[in-house]
Design a protein around this ligand. Structure first.
Ligand code: NDP
Length: 321
């Protein structure tokens, strides 16, 4: 019976997850994914993990009965899924249920970056509308912009549809063109950056995307260029980006993600032409509840039906039992 199975909840997690899990499983909570925090007796019992925190090879290897890691979020760069696959451990993530929310956030961040809405609101709140008059006309506009999506996946496509409605042209770069998609495909990121003036990154944080947005790409984007990152901070060379924003290589940037969260480089904090958000892409009660439910439903489906709902590609072949 499920009630005798131990599921480990690692780190801070949406409250709905432990609450719903406790209705079915035996739930144990631990602050982080460190085997040293677990007794040998407990390690021998853990069958499943629910986490948003990093899950590394050492933790996976310390749990002989582990069958499934249900990760909160669509990006699962914190979970060593390749290692899990070698141990026949299933890994699941939470795709689709957050796609539209993250695309909404990306659009808000883009518009805010170009039209300076946060700074205009500060102007009003500081009483400067009364004392000094109108907020300045923004040097940047979305009108006439050409957008390039780096990562035309689920969220990339939802962003592209929105940008199309706003009247922007759309091009993209993936490793492979998306079949049947009418937007212009660029086989290299630098080629895409050179063809557009608004680059939106929404790729996963992997070895192959690490620091892909570098000085050369920003140079290609050019002085009218706007860069938005809603994917992962590891995708960007942050020092090169800060330099490009400071010396006018590009015009502005909007960032929801950073390489070493929650630490944001001072060089970016110092820049008035950077709009910075604390990783809020999917962060509404509505969407986080849907993500939490999918974490729980993956665990229930695995243990009750022998199959996950949303396996990550690395472990798609892993079978129950
Ligand atoms: P998908 O897997 O649907 O899309 C990812 C896209 O990136 C694919 O089109 C893929 O195409 C492309 N891609 C992957 N690697 C490379 C590469 N090396 N070079 C070029 N293109 C690449 O994922 P989602 O759209 O659902 O999510 C994307 C990412 O967004 C997540 O992994 C997560 O990290 C981030 N995210 C951030 C959030 C936030 O709060 N800011 C919230 C949700 C997600 P191909 O395989 O052909 O290269």
């Amino acid at each position: 019976p499920l009630s005798e199975m131990t599921v480990l909840v690692v780190g801070e997690l949406n409250k709905r997850i432990p609450a719903r899990l406790a209705e079915r499983f035996r739930v144990v909570r631990v602050d982080r994914g460190d085997p040293a925090l677990l007794s040998e007796e407990l390690r021998a019992k853990v069958r499943g993990i629910a986490a948003m925190a990093p899950i590394d090879a050492a933790l996976i290897d310390s749990l002989p009965k582990l069958e499934i890691i249900a990760s909160f979020g669509v990006g699962y760069d914190g979970v060593n899924a390749r290692h899990a696959a070698t141990r026949k451990v299933m890994v699941t993530n939470t795709p689709d249920v957050l796609t539209e929310e993250v695309a909404d956030t990306a659009l808000g961040l883009l518009i805010n970056t170009v039209r300076e809405l946060s700074r205009a609101e500060d102007w009003l709140r500081q009483g400067r509308w009364i004392s000094e008059g109108h907020y300045r006309l923004t040097p940047l506009t979305l009108r006439g912009r050409k957008a390039g999506i780096f990562g035309m996946g689920r969220i990339g496509l939802a962003i592209a549809r929105r940008l199309e409605a706003l009247g922007l042209s759309i091009a993209y770069h993936n490793r492979n063109p998306v079949e049947g998609l009418g937007y212009a495909y660029h086989p290299t990121l630098k080629g895409l950056a050179g063809a557009v003036d608004t680059l939106i990154a929404v790729v996963p944080g992997t070895v192959s995307t690490a620091r892909a947005v570098n000085a050369e790409v920003l140079e290609a984007l050019g002085p009218a260029g706007v860069f938005v990152n809603i994917g992962r901070g590891s995708t960007v060379d942050e020092q090169a980006l800060a330099r490009a924003l400071a010396d006018g290589t590009i015009a502005a940037a909007g960032l929801d993600v950073f390489a070493d969260e929650p630490n944001v480089p001072q060089a970016l904090l110092d820049l008035p032409n950077a709009t910075l958000l604390p990783h809020v892409g999917s962060a509404s009660v509505h969407t986080r509840d849907a993500m939490a439910d999918l974490v729980v439903d993956n665990l229930v489906s695995w243990f009750a039906e022998g199959r996950p709902l949303t396996a990550v590609p690395e472990t798609a072949h892993v079978k129950a039992g």
